[in-house]
Write a protein that binds this ligand. Structure first.
Ligand code: ADP
Length: 492
């Protein structure tokens, strides 16, 4: 364990992969350093695994599927509940791991553990509610029914921005349905995933039901795509990789769920409650330093409220404090790496060169490294790069608009369709706008919409399928129609 990592439960600091019942290194001994983005220090190194290790993990998951899928739903539910209890019991350690490898402030990190664990609790409950159907038969001698069965081995590929929640959101419904999983966390944030896997074993999840491999993302991804045993790929990450996985899954016709880019618009109407709008946009924009796929990325503000909103928003943003997430009072952590920082810089420079005005921030933070000042750009327009590409950083561009139609057109003018937001006190307008937005999720007078009980997912090139809620379970289930023939007519 690196000197800077002090956990209450030292056993949660894992730096090997998990295949079946064994914590293992890469077969060739290669490793990969894990960085603290706030300090640049190396926390530890993890195995740089590839195709071979992924194949072994798939074999372990396939073997475990035989018995796990046959356990009663009640059994699986109890074990998932125990995993939830352990995640919550260890939330401070897990939160600390997130701060160390990902950078978000501690309170936000612990919040992610509670949010991530909630998927495990929710699907522990839903495990018991996988009902089938009896279909009224049009033939007197036939009976018809539908049963739901687990799809099989699931490959779950996760990003770095929510090191726990993006994993539990996939693994909990998969396990509840009776599937087994091979997890590939992001190479940037594997430690939280490994700690969660250790807790899964402690909770009594049988060996092989949960496996974790990381290293050569493409090699591991290819092994998952090529395997006929993997029946489902669930992915959260960039649109580019998502498209490649979707195409690759065609080779063996797997089920696919994708949560891809978002680039969310937000519309602030003249009749918005100013305090509610400022608070909502602040939370929806700057959470995780702007590094979430539902982060507000372009803010359309109606002419009549533009100046008031810009002033109040600037005041609120000036109150944000950047720094190492383990220090008290910090609200903005670093960006994940240099590449992310350079993208933010490129977007701001491009916007300024096309006429945007820096209202707050606009440059690298004096803390250095990968810190960027929370930024607001005024007079932004849809010709700027920031409108087409996800900034994934703490930059809020404001665009002035006049009519509702104009705002909806601007908001829908995107290849993405994940989340959108609107602020208005007029229920008719709010309803109409929610209906018109081509997005999978709409926050009305609310900047934080994610929860385990609601379906999370996008339209257009933002993805396929939904995670969370009762619908999230269907992604891991096959529907089987059974027809009973040669049955007698009902008696009487
Ligand atoms: P981001 O830009 O947010 O890091 P990515 O799509 O690159 O998004 O990464 C999301 C996840 O996809 C990570 O776990 C990453 O390692 C994985 N990944 C990247 N390339 C591939 C690939 N070719 N096959 C499978 N997984 C991949």
């Amino acid at each position: 364990m690196g000197t800077m990592v002090q956990l209450n439960e030292a056993g949660l600091f894992k730096s090997q992969g998990l295949i079946g019942d064994k914590w293992v290194d890469a077969e060739n001994g290669h490793t990969l350093p894990v960085n603290n983005p706030a300090t640049g220090e190396i926390l530890t190194s993890v195995p740089f695994m590839g195709k071979r290790e992924a194949e072994k993990a798939i074999a372990a998951a396939s073997q475990a599927f035989t018995s796990w899928s046959k356990r009663t739903a009640n059994d699986r539910s109890k074990i998932l509940r125990q995993w939830f209890n352990l995640l919550i019991k260890n939330k401070d350690d897990l939160g600390k791991l997130i701060v160390l490898e990902q950078g978000k402030p501690l309170a936000e990190a612990v919040g992610e553990i509670v949010y991530g664990a909630a998927f495990v609790e929710y699907y522990a409950e839903e495990a018991k509610r996988v009902y089938g159907d009896i279909i009224p038969s049009p033939f007197p001698e036939k009976r018809m029914l539908v049963m739901k069965q687990p799809v099989g081995v699931v490959a779950a590929i996760a990003p770095w921005n929510f090191p726990l929640a993006m994993i539990t959101r996939k693994v909990a419904p998969a396990l509840a349905a009776g599937c087994t999983v091979v997890i590939k966390p992001s190479e940037l944030t594997p430690l939280t995933a490994l700690a969660a896997a250790e807790l899964a074993l402690q909770a009594g999840i049988p060996p092989g039901v949960v496996n974790v491999v990381m290293g050569d993302a493409k090699g591991i991804g290819d092994a998952m795509l090529d395997s006929t045993e993997v029946r489902k790929i669930t992915f959260t990450g960039s649109t580019g990789v998502g498209k490649m996985l979707l195409a690759g899954a065609g080779k063996t016709v797997k089920k696919v769920s994708l949560e891809l880019g978002g680039n969310a618009p937000c519309i602030v109407f003249d009749d918005a409650n100013l305090d509610v709008a400022v608070k909502g946009v602040l939370a929806g924009k700057y959470r995780n330093s702007g590094q979430t796929c539902v982060c507000i990325n372009k803010i359309f503000v109606q002419d009549g409220i533009y100046d008031k909103f810009a002033e109040a928003f600037a005041k609120a943003v000036s109150g944000l404090r950047a720094g190492n997430g383990l220090e008290p009072g910090i609200t903005q952590g670093p960006l994940i790496n240099e590449t992310a920082l350079e993208k933010v810089e490129r977007h701001v420079q491009d916007a300024v060169s096309k006429g945007a005005k820096v209202l707050v921030g606009g440059k690298r933070h004096s803390l250095g490294r990968t810190f960027y000042e929370p930024t607001i750009l005024g007079n932004a327009s849809d010709e700027m790069l920031i409108f087409r590409e996800e900034v994934f950083g703490p930059v809020a561009p404001l665009v002035r608009f006049n009519t509702d139609e104009e705002a909806i057109k601007l908001a829908n003018n995107s290849e993405f369709g994940l989340a959108a937001y609107a602020f208005t006190e007029n229920i008719t307008r709010g309803w109409r706008v929610a209906e018109s937005l081509e997005f999978g999720m709409v926050g009305l007078n609310e900047g934080l919409i994610s929860t385990e009980v609601a379906p999370f997912g996008g339209m257009k090139q933002s993805g396929l399928g939904r995670e969370g809620s009762k619908y999230g379970l269907d992604e891991y289930l096959e529907m089987k129609y059974v027809c009973l023939g040669n049955m007698a007519q009902p008696v009487g």
